[in-house]
Structure formats: structure tokens, C-alpha cells
Design a protein around this ligand. Structure first.
Ligand SMILES: Nc1ncnc2c1ncn2[C@@H]1O[C@H](COP(=O)(O)OP(=O)(O)OP(=O)(O)O)[C@@H](O)[C@H]1O
Length: 629
């Protein structure tokens, strides 16, 4: 366990244990370690414990470690951190705590204060220490099996009662500065009801104040404590109470009593209880830390699941909309058109639609309409009979027949030649296909998902894509955003590919350097996720260091998007925005003008100008791109 000793600007000193995976430090009250220092920002620093090392990083403050300015730093014992006017000293202890010093104060019996008493009483002490060691071992084993904090605390108290041969025990912990009974147990390992009312009293107050263990041999006869609430309520004769302190911080007290015997506890019992409490506290803190880590892990896994949809990684708004639509359309046989730039994951989405559909036990067949020569495409789609054309030595089934009972994915549908489009439309309408060279139709029960990176509406307008086929395929459109518009998904995907390939190639690569992150953000990713995947794969294979830099990803300054003058950037954005609103309004220019709050003539001129730029024709008179703003 590690701790930070905080010295405030006024010289106040306190020690805080670092038992969480991430400890936040700053001025505001929601930090784990709050600093009363006006020169420190609300959120200043954090300490991340990765199971082995404690790493200090900034949350907004500049800081120094041992007099040197740092951005982050792996902490070593006695490192002195300075933030604002506050000083923090890091300490890390070995897993086994030193036994606390012998108790210095007791009321009726001093616990062993004679340094030689242990050696004089050797056989007894060794025997007791063995008992204590066995108890602690048994306790550690029980801790390993305990799942909840309450169980841990109950175990602690049950052991304390047994070790000291008490018949009651109370574990009183400090929670937000207030003491409260967390567990109260009797000899039968049952909880004691209404415990706080029975024990809150002067004994605890004294132990908390002095931070020293205390032992009473006949409490009912003790002048200082005979009217104490617990002594009276529980009719206690013998009482022992030890503080739970680590690194100068008081976590609470452990209180045991016996209501049948006076002199039940002797000083050695108090020694044992003190040692037991210190060890147990350490074990409990470690167990709680492990619990915290487990929780963090579960949370992390949950969050990771949230960023996945089947095999698809990403949770930006655009993709969440896509996932929602897939949920709705997958159970149906509706034709789907997936659009998006190259590498945006259109095929992945088509597979996911199939996986979520009732056809998922059937085949998923893909055909890339752009990659097959025109004269072979028909036979690829519908099959051919033997002798149908030169080279057709055998009858062959087409992709349509192969996809029966499943899904046919028509990739790059925009590339399909016009004359084949007619045949495709017929097949889709009639659900019957004809092999090349055969006049007998074959019924096909398939679902069709098509994809394109072209703007099919434009192809329809140009006459290169049949309007009737377009409407047949495009019952529902899924528009995949380009990577540059997926916000933080860029890094979620980046991490995903990095981990995937680091595992596959057993590589050292663990993450991206800060400059790589900046370069990734700036780059436009024209090849989208495929490009990201390929760059990371290459970098991981060649990497000989844990953090990939911009060079490893081939993101040199010249490949980054140039910085544009503001006027040019504004014009670009304006064009893009008008286009979006225009598409949303089904290409209605008047409605677009209305939505944008501009004169319709402005929008008409805007499109005339675009056309002129495209065709190289004369610009409409007197316009420039800024007039809308
Ligand atoms: N969201 C995603 N999560 C994980 N991997 C993805 C994602 N999107 C794409 N990929 C991966 O990127 C690569 C390209 O994806 P895919 O082939 O589906 O893109 P495409 O849009 O069909 O490309 P093209 O238009 O060039 O045919 C594949 O390796 C795919 O697994």
C-alpha cells in the first residue's frame, strides 16, 4: 500500500492512503485528495496504480517532482511532489506492515512495556505468536474467499473475537469523518442489533483522540468508564479497544468486550489485538483494492461492450443510429442499401445485418460487382449451363442460387453495367433467376443487401443507374459516416486494432504517443477504417518500442491535411453544410433556403456556382462563397 503525505501551504500535515486504482488530487471537494490551496486548480493531478506502479499525471496542473518539472512520473518512495504551494511526499511500503509500536497508554493495565518481557516469557510468547500467525493466515484465506466489503469486515471481527477470547466485538470505522459501527458481532458470529446506540461512548472517544490502545480489566468498577454507555448497556466487565491506524491516518477502532469475566484480557491480549488489527487492516485494504480493481475491470469490459456492436467497433452518434436501424431491419427481409466512402465498413455492416437476421443459419454470399469483367458478371450472378458460351464446360450455379436461405451482398452495386441492371431488377422482383443459356427459371429465396461508395442518386440523374433498380434496392439506406466524422471512435478503433495486431504479432506496441494522437486527429483518413487498420498493422509489425509515433504510422507532416486560411475553411464548411441540409430536404432548394434562413436566390446561385466550378463554365455574376455568412 502506498500513501501521500500532504503538507498544506499553512504547514498542516496529513497522510492519505492510495488504495484506489485512480486517485484524483485537486482543490475541489470531489477529489479523492482535496488540497486546501488556492493556487491549485480544481482538478490538478491523478495517481494511477496499474497493479505494480504508481504513475503520477496531470489533470490540468503543472507539477514538479523532486524539484524538476514533469508531465508524468512513475513514483518512487520519498518522491517530493510540488503542486501550487502544496507539497506531497509519496511513500510506498512493503506488502507486510511493520507491527505497530507497543501500546503506550492503557487505563488499568499497561500492555507489555518491558522490552525484555517477550524473551523472558519465550515459550508462551512463541506459542501465542504461532496462534496469531495461524489466525492471520486463516483470516487471509477467508479474505480471499470473501466477495463483499461487509463479509471482509465481519471476518475481521470474528477473528478478533476469537483471538482475544472476547464474547463481543465492534468494528467502528470512520466514514466521511464520522465514526459509525460497521459490524457488531457476538461469539456466535451473529450481528448485534442497534449497535451504535450501545457502544458510542467515552472509551472509543478516548482511543480515537489518543490513538493509543486501551484495556480495562473490570470496566464496571473503573472510575473513568463505569458509566460509559457500552459498559453499562452491554454489562461489560473486560474491554479492549485498539485504533486502526496506518500511515498516521485513523480508519476507526476495533473494540472487543466480555460480559462474564473480569480480567479477561491481559496486556498480551492487547498486544495481540493490536498486531492483529494492524495486519488485518493491511489485508483488508489490499482486498478492497483488489475489489476496486475488479470493479474497474468489469466497468471497463462493460464500457468496451458498449463500444461494440457485434464485430463493429465504434459508438459515435452516427454509428449508434446505424446500430439502431440494424436492430429494426435485421429481422425483416427488406432490401438495404449501405452507402459510405471506401473502407467505412459497408461489408462488415452487411454481415452484421445477416448475423442479426433469421437467415443467419443460411449462407452469406458476397459478390463485388465492380471487380468482375462485364461479360462474366451475369454468369457469376445467375450461373450458366454447360456450353452457354465458349469456355462454359460445366454447368455452374451463380451467387443468387448459392445464397438461397441466406443473404446476398452486392458490393459496389454502382459499378453494375446498365444492361445487367435490368436482369438484376427482374430477379429481385420475381425472385426467380435464369442461368445464362437456360430459359428455365429457378426460384430463389434470398435477402439482398447492396453497397456503394457512389452517390446513386447522381448516377440515376446521369442515367448510369436505373431509377427503378435504385428504389428496389434502397428500401432502407444505412449511411456510414467517414472516419474523420466519427470523433473519439478514431481512438477506440485505433486501440482496438493496436491490441488486435499486437497480440497477433506478439509485438511490444502498447499505445500511441501523444504526438501520434495529434497527428491521427489531424489526418483526413481518405481510406477510412481500412486505412487506419493497415497503417496500425504495419506500425505494430515494425514497432520496436511500446508507443507508436506519427512516423510509425507514416503520418509525416506532409501527409497531414494542410492548414487552410480561415476564409477557405469557412467556405468549405459552408458548402458541406448546405449540401447536408439540401439532402435532408430531398434536394428541394426553396426549402433548403428557408431552413437556412436565406433568400432562395442565394441558394440557387450557390448551386449554379458549384456547377460552374465542376464544369469549368462561367461563374454566376457578382458572387463569392462568403455571402451566406
Ligand atoms: N467499425 C469497424 N470496426 C472494426 N473494423 C472495421 C470497422 N469498419 C471497418 N472495419 C474494417 O475495415 C476494413 C474495411 O471494411 P469493409 O471492407 O467492410 O469496408 P467497405 O466500406 O466495404 O470498403 P469498400 O467500399 O472499399 O468495399 C475491414 O478489415 C473491416 O473489418
Amino acid at each position: 500500500m502506498a500513501s501521500l503525505t500532504v503538507r498544506s501551504p499553512e504547514g498542516k500535515v496529513r497522510t492519505v492512503p492510495l488504495h484506489k486504482r485512480i486517485t484524483s488530487i485537486g482543490r475541489s471537494a470531489d477529489n479523492d485528495v482535496q488540497l486546501e490551496d488556492p493556487s491549485v486548480p480544481d482538478s490538478a493531478l491523478h495517481v494511477l496504480f496499474d497493479g505494480t506502479r504508481y504513475q503520477l499525471g496531470s489533470l490540468g496542473a503543472t507539477f514538479q517532482v523532486n524539484g524538476k518539472k514533469r508531465d508524468n512520473h512513475v513514483l518512487a518512495s520519498e518522491d517530493v511532489i510540488r503542486v501550487g504551494a502544496t507539497e506531497l511526499v509519496f511513500a510506498r511500503e512493503d506488502a507486510v506492515a511493520k507491527p505497530p509500536p507497543a501500546p503506550a497508554l492503557s487505563v488499568t493495565h499497561e500492555p507489555t512495556s518491558d522490552p525484555d518481557s517477550h524473551t523472558r516469557d519465550m515459550p508462551g510468547v512463541v506459542g501465542r505468536e504461532l496462534v496469531l500467525l495461524r489466525r492471520l493466515t486463516a483470516f487471509s484465506e477467508r479474505l480471499l474467499g470473501s466477495s463483499s466489503r461487509d463479509e471482509l469486515l465481519e471476518s475481521l471481527l470474528d477473528e478478533a473475537i476469537e483471538v482475544t477470547r472476547a464474547d463481543k466485538g465492534f468494528l467502528i470505522l470512520r466514514d466521511n469523518g464520522e465514526l459509525s459501527v460497521k459490524v457488531a458481532r457476538n461469539l456466535s458470529r451473529e450481528n448485534i442489533e442497534d449497535a451504535m446506540a450501545r457502544v458510542s461512548d467515552s472509551i472509543i472517544e478516548k482511543v480515537v483522540r489518543t490513538r493509543k490502545p486501551l484495556i480495562l480489566s473490570d470496566a464496571l468498577d473503573d472510575p473513568e468508564f463505569k458509566s460509559s454507555k457500552s459498559v453499562v448497556n452491554l454489562k461489560l466487565l473486560s474491554v479492549m479497544c485498539v485504533p486502526l491506524v496506518r500511515n498516521d491516518e485513523l480508519f476507526g477502532v476495533l473494540y472487543v468486550g466480555n460480559d462474564r469475566l473480569v480480567n479477561r484480557f491481559e496486556p498480551k491480549s492487547l498486544d495481540m489485538l493490536t498486531i492483529f488489527a494492524a495486519q488485518a487492516l493491511l489485508l483488508i485494504q489490499n482486498a478492497l483494492l483488489v475489489n476496486d480493481l475488479k470493479l474497474d475491470n468489469t466497468e471497463l469490459r462493460k464500457r468496451l461492450d458498449d463500444t461494440h456492436y457485434g464485430e463493429i467497433v465504434g459508438a459515435c452518434q452516427g454509428m449508434l443510429d446505424v446500430y439502431r436501424r440494424i436492430d429494426k431491419i435485421a429481422p425483416t427481409d427488406i432490401s438495404v442499401l449501405i452507402t459510405g466512402e471506401t473502407g467505412t465498413g459497408k461489408e462488415l455492416i452487411a454481415r452484421e445485418i445477416h448475423r442479426h437476421s433469421p437467415r443467419n443459419k443460411g449462407p452469406f454470399i458476397t459478390i463485388n460487382c465492380g471487380a468482375i469483367p462485364e461479360n462474366l458478371l451475369e454468369s457469376e450472378l445467375f450461373g450458366h449451363v454447360r456450353g452457354a458460351f465458349t469456355g462454359a464446360v460445366n454447368t455452374k450455379v451463380g451467387k443468387f442460387q448459392a445464397a438461397i436461405g441466406g443473404t446476398l451482398f452486392l458490393d459496389e452495386i454502382g459499378e453494375m453495367p446498365l444492361q445487367l441492371q435490368v436482369k438484376l431488377l427482374r430477379a429481385l422482383q420475381e425472385k426467380v433467376v435464369y442461368k445464362v443459356g437456360d430459359h428455365r427459371g429457378e426460384p430463389v429465396d434470398i435477402r439482398v443487401v447492396a453497397a456503394t461508395n457512389r452517390v446513386l442518386e447522381e448516377e440515376v440523374r446521369k442515367g448510369t443507374f436505373r431509377e427503378d433498380l435504385y428504389y428496389r434496392l434502397n428500401v432502407v439506406t444505412l449511411k456510414l459516416p467517414p472516419l474523420r466524422e466519427r470523433g473519439e471512435d478514431l481512438f477506440v478503433l485505433g486501440k482496438y486494432f493496436l491490441q488486435k495486431y499486437a497480440k497477433e504479432f506478439n509485438s511490444k506496441a502498447k499505445g500511441f504517443s501523444p504526438s501520434a494522437t495529434v497527428a491521427m486527429k489531424k489526418y483526413g483518413w481518405p481510406g477510412n477504417i481500412r486505412e487506419l487498420e493497415n497503417r496500425i498493422k504495419k506500425a505494430v509489425v515494425l514497432a520496436d518500442k511500446p508507443l507508436l509515433g506519427p512516423d510509425d504510422l507514416d503520418l509525416r507532416p506532409e501527409s497531414l491535411e494542410p492548414v487552410l486560411p480561415l476564409s477557405e475553411a469557412r467556405e468549405r464548411w459552408q458548402k458541406q453544410y448546405i449540401q447536408e441540409v439540401y439532402e435532408r430536404n430531398n434536394r428541394n432548394k426553396t426549402k433548403t433556403a428557408k431552413d437556412l434562413g436565406v433568400d432562395p436566390r442565394t441558394i440557387f446561385r450557390h448551386f449554379e456556382k458549384l456547377e460552374a466550378e465542376k464544369t469549368g463554365g462561367p461563374l454566376p455574376p457578382g458572387e463569392d462563397g462568403d455571402e451566406l455568412l
